[in-house]
Design a protein around this ligand. Sequence first.
Ligand code: HAM
Length: 400
Amino acid sequence: MIKALRGMEDIFAEKAELYMKIIATCRKVAENFSYSYVETPKLEESKLFIRSVGESSDIVGKEMYRFIDKGENDVCLRPEGTAGLVRAFIEHKLDRIGAVERFYYFGSMFRYEKPQKGRLREFHQFGLECFCEASVYEDANIILLAAEIFKRLGIKNILKINSLALKSTRELYKEKLGSFLENVELCEDCQRRSKTNPLRVFDCKNEACQEKLKEAPFLSDNLDEESKKDFELLQKLLKENGLSFEIDKKLVRGLDYYSKTAFEFTSDEIGSQSAICGGGRYDDLVEELGGKSCAGVGFGIGIERLMEILSLKEEKKERKGLYICVLDEAYLPQAFALAQKERAKNKVLLSYDIKKISKQIAYADKKGFLEFLCLGEDEIKKSEARAKNLETKEEKIYTF
Ligand code: HAM
C-alpha cells in the first residue's frame, strides 16, 4: 500500500469541514480589515528563502524541501508565505508605486521538521501582509485582526509581544549579546548559533540554556528611540482596544527578517506546539530582496493547530440539507428532477441505492442532514412528499 509521506496528512470529512470553517472565518475578518486575496506559487528559487528567512534560521539550516529541478534550477517548496509575496510585490513593481497594499493568502507550507502532534511537514497557514505602511497603528491593527479571528472561532489565547528594534540597533546589540555569550556555557547548537546569529540562542528549547539566558542583556531594554516610541504606542493601542498581552523579552521569532514589532499568539490547549500565530514587522525585507525600500508587517496562523483545538472542543455540528431516497428504481427520474430543483436553494443529496429506509435514515443522520424524504408509490401518484426534520421531527411538504 502506498501511504502519505511522514508528516503529511489527508484532510477528510469533519477535518475538511473544520478547515473550510477556519479559512472562511479568517477570510471574512481579513476582508473586513480591507485585506484582499492573493495567491503565489508554492515552489520558488531557494535563494529567495535563504536571503529572507536567513541562513542562521532552523528553517533554512535544516528544514527546506530543496532540490534541483529538471532545468537545473535550485528550487524549494515554500516553508512560509512572506518571502514569496515580497518577491511578487517587487516583481509586479508595486514597490515603485509605493501605495499601501494589504494581501491575505492561505495554503500549504513545507518544513522538514520532526513530525509530532501539531507539527507537520506539510501544514497550512492563513497569512497576511501589509506593504508600504510604516505606522505602528497597522501593527496594532493586524494583532487585533488575529484576535478577532480567534474570538470568532472561540479559541482562548495568550498574546506575547516584543520589539526587535531597528537593524542598526540590532547589530550593536548582537555584539553585546555575543560578548555575554562568550562567558556562558551553552549547548552545541547554541554555540553554533552564537557565532552565526546570537539572537537565535533565545529559540533554544534546552531548559539549561534558557536558565542561563535569564541574565542575558535583552534587545527590548536596548531599543533605539524610534522603536521604543513605536513599542510604547503599540502597547497603548492594544490596551485601549481591550487586548491584554505579555511582554516576552526572549521572543525573537525563528525567522531573520523581523525588525521592531514581533508577536506570537499561543494556546495552552495543544501541548508543546503552542504557537498558533506568529508575525511582526519587516521593514528591511523588500529592499534586501532587491526592491525599493518599503515597510512590511504581517502574520501567519497555523491552521492545523486551530483544527486541533477546535476538534478537542467537539463542537455540536449544525444540521443542514435535504436527503432524498426512493423505494424503487422506477421513481429515480422524479427524485432526480426534485433534487435538481431544490439545489437552487438548498444542499441536497439523492441516494441512487435501493435499501432499507432505516439504513437510509441512519446514513442521512450520520452525514448531518436536516431533512429526510423518501419517494414511494403514494408520493409519485400525488406528486408530493413529506420530508421529516431529523432534529425536530416536524414534517414539510415538497411537491414535484
Ligand atoms: P512562523 O511563526 O514560522 O511564521 O509560522 C506561523 C505559524 O505557522 C506558527 O505560529 C504555527 O502555528 C504554524 N506552524 C509553523 N510550523 C508548523 C509546522 N511544522 N506544523 C504545523 N504548524 C506550523 C511565519 O511563517 C511567518 N511567515 C509569519 C509572518 C507573516 N510574519 C510576517 N508575516
